[in-house]
Design a protein around this ligand. Structure first.
Ligand code: ZN
Ligand code: ZN
Length: 343
């Protein structure tokens, strides 16, 4: 079985093993077609997250079911699927209180995860981490379902109203996908902001967004000119750099809303919290994937991914399995916005 294995932080190997994981009633076996590299995979690689007992390395994948176990949730052999949180366990305190994105079952959803030819995925009456995908979506684009779910969660937290201006700090996959989803939800002017010349250049080349370089001293004036307002209605802070939260508060209009999907490390020197009161800012966090379902119980994210698939493809760099180490290197350096490995 071809697999990309993280032995220890910083030590990634591409190997062919005989390792087999036995199917159980409460799992399905998926033959992985494509798996994207997430920031949290890089955190495991960098040793910023604990690898022991982690069953979430490689959680952005698409593939075909090759063994359905008991076949809960209508999962059948031969079905094309993509990873996405559909149902939390339903029993833990978080699930019972509308916080399924904190369900601990997520930590045990995968064995060994999507960076391999075959993985087991937990699938029970109560828990589901797979969604069927239609033929209109190719394997590589379908692997974006999971980060698109996280971005959809950001868009929900943004509570966008028609015509609202949006500024997205941090043009990684989550920021970019959230920007595209917010456009479909009626946002007016949507602007990206970053300080990486490489990323600004990449995004300008895709034509997905107008981008402001926050290393320009007059970046705020540029934003105000583009939105023709005293500040931005909605700010998404997706950089992971704590100091940018201050810029987000500066850019937001009076009564503005700031959504924070950033995974912050460290603290802010000289942080000025006063604008929270002075401008009556609403600052909301947005953590990871959460079930985003339509009234019929199927994925609302799937509709969005189909709608914006041309935009999504512009963010993706595809790597063959044998070039997996290069894919990780490019994800770390930023050379790839979203690196996806094909098996
Ligand atoms: Zn992810
Ligand atoms: Zn739960």
């Amino acid at each position: 079985m071809r697999t990309v294995k993280l032995i220890e932080p910083g030590k990634l190997v591409v190997e062919n093993t005989n390792e087999q994981f036995g199917i159980t009633d409460s799992t399905v076996k998926v033959q992985v077609k494509a798996c994207g590299i997430c920031g949290s995979d890089l955190a495991l690689y960098n040793g910023r997250r604990d690898l022991s007992g982690e069953h979430y390395f490689g959680h952005e994948f698409s593939g075909v079911i090759i063994d359905e176990g008991k076949g809960f949730n209508g999962m059948k052999t031969g079905m094309r699927v993509a990873s996405e949180l559909i149902k939390g366990c339903g029993r833990c305190w978080f699930c019972r209180n509308g916080l399924q994105n904190y369900c601990k079952s997520l930590n045990d959803a995968l064995l060994p995860g999507g960076f391999t030819e075959e993985t087991l995925v937990t699938n029970t009456d109560a828990y589901s981490f797979l969604t069927p995908i239609p033929d209109s979506l190719d394997d590589v684009t379908a692997s974006i379902m999971e980060p698109a779910n996280c971005a959809f969660h950001v868009a929900v937290k943004a509570a966008v109203k028609p015509g609202d201006s949006v500024l997205v700090f941090g043009l990684g996959a989550i920021g970019l996908i959230a920007a595209q989803i917010l456009k479909t939800l009626g946002a007016g002017t949507v602007i990206g902001a970053d300080r990486s010349k490489l990323r600004i250049e990449q995004v300008r080349r895709t034509g997905l967004l107008d981008v402001v370089d926050t290393s320009d001293p007059d970046w705020l004036d540029q934003v105000k000119e583009m939105t023709a307002k005293e500040g931005v209605d909605i700010v998404i802070e997706a950089t992971g750099a704590p100091a940018v939260l201050q810029d987000a508060m500066t850019a937001a209009r009076t009564g503005g809303r700031i959504v924070v999907p950033s995974v912050y490390f460290g603290s802010i020197d000289g942080f000025e919290p006063l604008p929270i009161m002075r401008k009556e800012l609403t600052i909301v966090g947005s953590k990871g994937p959460a079930p985003q379902l339509k009234a019929d119980g199927t994925s609302a994210v799937l509709d969005k991914v189909i709608q914006i698939q041309d935009d999504l493809r512009k963010m993706i760099t595809v790597y063959d399995y044998k070039d997996a180490l290069q894919a990780f290197a490019d994800a770390r350096s930023g050379a790839a916005i979203k690196a996806v490995i094909k098996f």
